[in-house]
Design a protein around this ligand. Sequence first.
Ligand code: ZN
Length: 138
Amino acid sequence: MRSHTAHLWMNTSERRAMVDITGEVEDELARSGIKEGLCLVNAMHITSSVFINDAESGLHRDFLEWLERLAPYSKEGYAHNRTGEDNGDAHLKRTVMGREVVVAVTKGRLDFGPWERIFYGEFDGRRKKRVMVKIIGE
Ligand code: ZN
């Protein structure tokens, strides 16, 4: 079995953002030379997510508005923020949107369903964060 590990660096200019990272993951798959296996992509920070969905800007606005209703930004509204942080909402948003995705690799390509793309979800941005890509197989 072969394996390939890489890190993508993220640094969004907005506090909250959704970034299509499919092309970067495909680049890592090409670098790996792996034709059959599995590709794990995970956020390495507890206030950001990796998830799969449609590359449609209206849907991304819907996600962000829905998350804001579920866990509105508030300096005082979260016990977590008594630590002096202000990102209690971001931890909750990250948990709803998930930590990682696993995509099958078939014939050297990410084996997606129709319209699937991989996104990085940022909920406490404006700083450098990492996403891990780990591909295993033959
Ligand atoms: Zn925190």
